[in-house]
Structures are given as C-alpha cells and as structure tokens.
Design a binder for this molecule. Structure first.
Ligand code: PMP
Length: 308
C-alpha cells in the first residue's frame, strides 16, 4: 500500500502513522465493521470521485444490516471523503471508508461500544493487473460457497464477509489461477471475491440477480446501464457453471477490478477479450473519466486544496 499523508479518523485528519486502533477493538475480534471501496479519477475538470453518494448509501445500508448506528450522516461522510483526497493532494486514488464497532466491551454482543469511522485514500492501480485488463484472467470455481441471505447478509459490504472472499482468493491463487468465482449454496453462480460477473452469449449480457448472494455492485449497475445504451440487452437471471464454460465472453466488474475480462474458467477457454467486453471497457473508462456527458451526474468533484 502506498502511504499518503493523512487519514480521516472520527472527525479529524491525522497523520498516516498515527491512525491506530486499540487491540481490544470489537471489529478486530469479530469482523463487526462495514466499508466501501471507491475510486477517484483524474478528469479534464480535475479529480472526481465516481458515484461517491451511491457508495456511501451502500455503506449506510450495510451498517443498518449490522444494527450499527453510524455517528455521521451520509453528507458528512461525503464531505470527509472529499476533504481527505484533497488533503493528500491526490488526483487518482482509491477511497476506503470504514466504520467498525470500537473499544469497550469484548463480548460478542457489542452493547454500547462506540462506532469508529475512518477514511483512507491512496493510489491503487489495476486490481487484477494491466495484463489481465488487456488479455483476460484465468478464473476457477471456488470450493468455498459465497455467504448467503441467512448466514451473513451478502448485501452488506461487511468486513467479516471478506473472510469468505479471502479463502476463495487464496485457494484460487494457490492453485495457480488469478481469481475465484463463488457459487451460492444451491450451486448458482454468485460473485467473485470482490467482483460481480457478466456472461455474453449471442449478443445478450447475463448476470446473476440480486437474490443470488451477490453484493449489489455499483460497477455492475453502471455496466447494465452502459450495455443497454450500446444496444446490448441485459438479463438478470440464475446462472450455472456451464453457462460460463459455453459463454462467448465473460467479464468481471468492480470498483477495484473495473471491467476485467476472463480468458478461461476451470481451464475451459473463453479466449481473448471479445468485442462486447472491449466496447464496455471503453464505455466504462469514458464514463468514469467524465467523457460521457449523459453520465456527468455520476462524478463528484474534489474541491481544490485550500491552504490556510
Ligand atoms: N462483489 C463483491 C463480493 C465485492 O466485494 C465487490 C467490491 N465491492 C463487488 C462485487 C463489486 O462491487 P462494486 O462494483 O460496487 O465495487
């Protein structure tokens, strides 16, 4: 991780090295936290955070699903994200707000422990590599099932859920693959560890629906809009692993991964990125960098750094 100057912690900017929590923090022991992964892009009009409000709404929803009362409003968190980016003088960066149950009681029941909130910002390149973006990655169906609606709410971007993602990712990497694909308990295609999945077949895009244990991805939502604007129908439906093996094209979407093509799944060759994937990659790049007037409202600009 590339260190930057400041981290926002519970209402103030502190030096990167001073942004510490106590070892007795509830969230550290039980995964009781919620977070977001957001990107800020350099545009012609300066740095802009992509769909910041939508990400923060998901943070608020995630907190509600964990019965956590956030001590800041969405608008306050929005201002804090922009302030942190500006304070670090960043133009392109990743933004990581996190809210977790803090220090107090250490029983599983959080009681009245405080909720701590922090925001980190730092430069972060292509999550699955430049090479992966250009030529596609090799994925493997994981032996780990994605958390389901009655285990941990999969709609919440909760820290504890990422134990599930970590196991799937490390299994795939140890087996020599780039990324994992997790199934639901019933064996339907769900999510990557940090991405949603799209299949292209005969010009139509298919993606698992929200009940298939997926995180409601903001990139997924963007891509569904862009694909339809480009004339490609999008269908949300249950998918099984053979839908992947017989796909014309497959790609994953996520804030970190952006639009990353898959070249194979379980060694079944899908091939080099196809025309629909490339078209969507380009449309996404144009959208997040403010080159698409129609979607200008998705960009939230970082105010210039003010010197006191
Ligand atoms: N699924 C999972 C499990 C994720 O962690 C992520 C990353 N937040 C996504 C999908 C993609 O979501 P988004 O496009 O909002 O980053």
């Amino acid at each position: 991780m590339q260190e930057t100057e400041k981290i926002w912690m519970n209402g103030e900017l502190v030096d990167w090295a001073d942004a510490k929590v106590h070892v007795g923090t509830h969230g550290l022991h039980y995964g009781t936290g919620v977070f977001e992964g957001i990107r800020c892009y350099d545009t012609e009009r300066g740095p802009a955070v992509y769909r910041l409000t939508d990400h923060l709404q998901r943070l608020v929803d995630s907190a509600q699903l964990l019965y956590m009362e956030l001590p800041y409003t969405l608008e306050e968190l929005r201002a804090a994200c922009l302030e942190t980016i500006a304070a670090n003088g960043l133009s392109e960066c990743y933004v990581r707000p996190i809210a977790h149950i803090g220090y107090g009681e250490l029983g599983v029941n959080p009681g009245s422990n405080p909720i701590d909130v922090a925001i980190m910002t730092w430069p972060w390149g292509a999550y699955l590599g430049e090479e992966g973006q250009l030529h596609g990655i090799r994925a493997k169906i994981s032996s780990w099932k994605r958390v389901g609606p009655n285990t941990i709410p999969h709609v919440a971007k909760a820290t504890g859920v990422y134990l599930n993602s970590m196991l799937a990712t490390s299994e795939a990497r140890r087996m020599g693959y780039d990324e994992a694909i997790m199934l639901t308990d019933e064996g339907r295609i769900a999510d990557g560890p940090g991405e949603n999945i799209f299949v292209v077949k005969n010009g139509t895009l298919y993606t698992p629906d929200l009940s298939a244990s997926i995180l409601p991805g903001i990139t997924r939502d963007t891509v569904m809009v862009l694909a339809q604007e480009l004339g490609h129908p999008v269908v949300e439906k249950e998918l099984i692993r053979t839908d992947l093996y017989l796909a014309d094209e497959i790609f994953m979407t996520g804030t970190a991964a952006e639009v990353t093509p898959l070249r194979s799944v379980d060694d079944q060759l899908v091939g080099e990125p196809g025309p629909v994937t490339k078209e969507i990659q380009q449309a996404y790049a144009d959208c997040v960098r403010g080159r698409t007037a129609r979607h200008a409202h998705w960009l939230e600009y970082v105010p210039a750094k003010t010197t006191a």
